[in-house]
Each structure stands twice: as structure tokens, then as C-alpha cells.
Design a protein around this ligand. Structure first.
Ligand code: SAH
Length: 340
């Protein structure tokens, strides 16, 4: 049976029509699911008993179980959720001064093979459905007893390798009758799947697009990120420029600094040349340690030098706070898991 959280509002209206019901019932169900956050059809008390029975016969409501919860000294929480098919995924809750942010996973495992990322170490299993992406946020909100304000697609998986379900989830997050989270408060990060960047530009969504760049020439980037063999830097940068032109939106480039790999002034200089004149921002991430990883975090001195060079040459750059690294909840440290 289909999980009812897998439908956006328009699709749910179609479902209701095909059950011989009025489409406005879909709005009532949406409200129960995402505003009241109920777990059972029987809690939807403004629906007739007959309709509730019909819904039970046709759909499930997926409710994740927390298998494990860890809390960092900085307040970051990492959840391991049972996705109800024998697999488990991780979701992270971060506290910033401007509110709470949830980092959601989009796939069970990842195909991208980035050399510095733990999410890719083990085989790819499957895409998450829209409902499973949305459920990560609902389950965390339920656990903490409050609503969160920002969502980043920076957990396990490549969002643009699961494009349709991710877009559907974004629309459920964003819809006023859904979770009602402003698109400006939703960020999607991609390793650089060029055709999907063009698709995303057409979505007319105000979400922030983040691009995992990490290196400024093809030789170095291909060593770190195999996706660069399929979509080399020139194509990626052209797609970014076209995206900015079409949407007039700022792109956020992520650059993980690894000691003596991509952190010297030559790299900073190349980065300035690459990004000069673009409406963008650079997010520098001190690279996080992963098991058997070949990359070591840059020294603070090198990180500040790199940031200052960019800022002095007209590229706005900030250093991302390292939240949750003590519980392996920081960028690149999440992994899929098996339910014991
Ligand atoms: N697959 C998407 C989203 C996942 S990760 C992407 O590649 O963009 C979110 C960010 O963390 C990406 O920029 C990713 O490259 C970065 N990241 C991965 N491993 C990391 C590590 N060990 N240290 C720091 N950042 C890392």
C-alpha cells in the first residue's frame, strides 16, 4: 500500500477524486498530517468514519521509529530512523542562533563516491520516497515538541539523483497547508549533476542551491569527486551561470578544506578566477574526519588565510561551524545502517 505522505497536495486531490470523494478532503488530510501531525487516520475527526475506513484500506501513514538518538556537546542531535524495510538512515538537528535546522537524507546510501564522504562508503540501496523525506522532519519535530525553521538536503544521498521525490518533498515542506516552511529556508546541495541544475532552474522555487565544488580544476576535482568525470568543471560552472541568469538567485558553493590538498593560496587564486563576477557565496567547510579517510583537516591558520584571500578578492566566504562532529553528525559523516 502507498504511504499517504508520498503525495503532494495536487496528487492527493486526484487520489481523493478517484476514491469518489471531494478534493477539499485532501486539504483536510494535509492539515491533519502536517499541521496536527497525527499518526492514525482515526485521529482525523472531521472525516466521516466511512472515509477513514476507505483511507485505511488504500493507504498507510508512515511513522518512523527512532532507533537511536545521540546528542553532541554543542546541542546537535543525530537520529537513526528505522525506515520500515530493514534499513536505517540518519537525520541531524542543528541549533543555530536563527532557529533550528534539520539536515535530511534523500537516499539510502549514495552512488556519487566522493572520496571524503562516509555516506558513500557502503553500497547504494534505494531512493527515499517524498513521504520518507518529509517524515524525517515530522519525527524530529515530534521528538523535540516544536517546529523547526530550516531544512537542508545535506544528509545521506545525492538529492539530484532522486530529483522527482526531492522536489515533491520540497513542495510538501513549502505548502502553506503542508509544513509551511518558506522556500528561502530550504537548501538543496548537489555534487554537480548538471542536467538537474537546468531542471531546478525551471522549478520557480526560491530554495537555495548549494554546489559541492571542493576543487578548482578537473584533475583535482575528479580525484576527490568521480562525478566530475561525467560533468567537468566547465560544464558545471556554465550550468551555475545559466541558473543565476534565469533565477537571479545566489548560489552557495561548498568547499571542504583538506590539508595540503586544496587549501593553499594557489587554490584560492584559482577559485577567485572561477567565481569572479558570479552572484555567489562560498561556504568553507573544515573537512571532517571519516573512517579510513585519506584527507586531513586544514590547520586553522590555512582556513583563515583561505577565507581572507577570497574576501579580499571580492568573493564572499564564510567558514561553516563544525556542529556535531563529536557524534559523527557533521558534514560527510552520516551513513546508512541496518536495523539490527
Ligand atoms: N550529495 C550532496 C549533499 C550531501 S553532503 C552533495 O554532494 O552536495 C553536504 C556537504 O558536505 C557537501 O558539500 C559534501 O561535499 C560535504 N562533505 C561530504 N563529506 C565531507 C567531509 N568529510 N567533510 C566536510 N564536508 C563534507
Amino acid at each position: 500500500m502507498k504511504n499517504i505522505k508520498d503525495y503532494n497536495l495536487d496528487e492527493l486531490k486526484q487520489e481523493l477524486l478517484s476514491l469518489g470523494e471531494k478534493p477539499f478532503r485532501a486539504e483536510q488530510i494535509f492539515k491533519w498530517l502536517y499541521q496536527e501531525q497525527v499518526k492514525e487516520f482515526d485521529e482525523m475527526t472531521n472525516l466521516s468514519l466511512e472515509l477513514r475506513e476507505k483511507l485505511k484500506q488504500n493507504y498507510t501513514i508512515c511513522n518512523f521509529q527512532i532507533l537511536k538518538k545521540q546528542e553532541s556537546t554543542d546541542g546537535t542531535k543525530k537520529y537513526l530512523f528505522d525506515v520500515l524495510d530493514g534499513n536505517a538512515i540518519e537525520t541531524v538537528l542543528m541549533q543555530y542562533h536563527h532557529g533550528k535546522t534539520i539536515c535530511v537524507s534523500s537516499q539510502i546510501g549514495c552512488k556519487m563516491g566522493c572520496k571524503f564522504c562516509a555516506s558513500t562508503g557502503i553500497a547504494f540501496i534505494r531512493n527515499l520516497t517524498a513521504g520518507e523525506i518529509v517524515e524525517q522532519v515530522l519525527a524530529v519535530q515530534q521528538d523535540i515538541g516544536e517546529n523547526i525553521s530550516n531544512i537542508v538536503f545535506m544528509g545521506i544521498g545525492e538529492p539530484f539523483d532522486n530529483y522527482e521525490e526531492v522536489m515533491k518533498a520540497v513542495r510538501i515542506f513549502n505548502h502553506p497547508k503542508g509544513l509551511n516552511i518558506g522556500a528561502r529556508h530550504i537548501s538543496i546541495s548537489t555534487s554537480g549533476i548538471v542536467p538537474r541544475i537546468y531542471d531546478f532552474a525551471k522549478e520557480e522555487l526560491q530554495c537555495t542551491l548549494s554546489i559541492s565544488l571542493h576543487a578548482t580544476n578537473n584533475e583535482k576535482r575528479s580525484q576527490m569527486m568521480p562525478v566530475n568525470n561525467a560533468y567537468p568543471i566547465e560544464e558545471l560552472m556554465q550550468a551555475c551561470k545559466d541558473y543565476i541568469k534565469k533565477t537571479n538567485k545566489r548560489i552557495s558553493f561548498e568547499y571542504a578544506l583538506a590539508k595540503e590538498n586544496n587549501d593553499n593560496l594557489e587554490d584560492a587564486k584559482e577559485l577567485v578566477n572561477l567565481l569572479k563576477g558570479m552572484l555567489c557565496h562560498v561556504n568553507l567547510i573544515p573537512i571532517n574526519k571519516i573512517e579510513n579517510g585519506q584527507f586531513v583537516k586544514s590547520s586553522n591558520e590555512a582556513i583563515f588565510r583561505f577565507r581572507d584571500y577570497l574576501n579580499d578578492h571580492g568573493i564572499v566566504a564564510t567558514i561553516r561551524r563544525e556542529l556535531g562532529s563529536d557524534i559523527d553528525a557533521a558534514c560527510g559523516q552520516l551513513r546508512r545502517n541496518h536495523v539490527k
